[in-house]
Design a protein around this ligand. Structure first.
Ligand code: ZN
Length: 283
């Protein structure tokens, strides 16, 4: 069965998980290759099986080069230590998992590979990211969507993953089933420390992350939140140093001189420092 055919079957079987981003009505199913709502708004299923729900083109800063670099270094395992910590918390919570801001799909694919059961949907506002996900991974149904005009149905999701990606807590509440959970990952104080040192040494504002506000806001929405820090180092070869530089927005404001210096000398290792926030929607 082609990827497109699989996607059509998925949508017909799971149309209750979606709502029309134009009129919020339910979807009737796929007709002649398009996912059609009750009011007749329609969205074409792409050849690779992904779906484009954006009503207007999005501007985002994720170029193809950046996404390919993130894909490559994710495949090499840069984020696996974080995902290995998340897995025990979500593995018994099967049902429907939605990865919010899934990028090129590596995280959801890895969790699927570890044995995460149930229905999985990944979405991102970047069309290029979803094209990469749909080309490489069959772990989930992939779509281009905007959290601010979300095509997902209310109270339909058991687990929301939100890994290094913006949140919208009102929308999270609408999407979650009662008792459903949110797993959010934010950078810790020492995230990519070696790279920040190399690019911004001596520049206080740029070389420290502060996540206190994010923290506080999460606690307001999920008072029983569990917080789990995770920190490890990841050895880098020259190619991986290049991918790391291309992947992270950290290099956007750095001088070319410093970037060239990092490329020339390489980084031996990089610190991954993250904080995992886990909260349950009150029943
Ligand atoms: Zn509609």
């Amino acid at each position: 069965m082609s990827k497109k055919q699989q996607a059509i079957e998925f949508l017909n079987r799971n149309r209750h998980l979606f709502q029309c981003p134009v009129c919020s009505n339910t979807f009737l199913g796929v007709q002649e290759g398009s996912f059609v709502c009750k009011e007749g708004h329609s969205f074409d299923v792409a050849k690779k099986g992904s779906l484009h729900f954006l009503l207007k083109p999005s501007k985002n800063d994720y170029g193809k080069e950046m996404l390919r670099s993130r894909f490559a270094i994710a495949q090499d395992g840069l984020f696996n230590g974080i995902l290995d910590e998340i897995y025990p918390f979500i593995q018994h919570h099967t049902g429907v998992t939605l990865d919010i801001g899934c990028g090129e799909g590596s995280h959801l694919d890895y969790l699927h590979g570890k044995g995460l059961q149930g229905t999985k949907i990944g979405f991102d506002i970047s069309k290029e990211a979803i094209q990469l996900a749909a080309a490489h991974f069959t772990a989930a149904f992939w779509c281009v969507a905007d959290l601010a005009q979300s095509p997902f149905a209310s109270h339909s999701y058991d687990t929301l993953l939100n890994i290094f990606s913006p949140s919208n807590y009102d929308e999270f509440s609408r999407l979650l089933k009662p008792g459903g959970q949110v797993v959010k990952v934010i950078p810790g104080e020492y995230h990519l420390y070696e790279l920040r040192q190399a690019l911004y040494h001596g520049d206080q504002e740029k070389d420290a992350y502060s996540n206190e506000l994010v923290f506080k806001k999460f606690k307001e929405h999920y008072p029983d939140a569990e917080i789990k820090p995770v920190r490890y180092t990841f050895a880098l070869n020259g190619e991986q140093t290049k991918h790391l530089l291309e992947m992270t927005p950290l290099s956007w404001n750095a001088s070319q001189e410093k970037i060239d210096a990092v490329l020339a000398s390489g980084l031996e290792e990089i610190t991954v420092d993250a904080v995992i926030l886990m909260g349950n929607k009150q029943e």
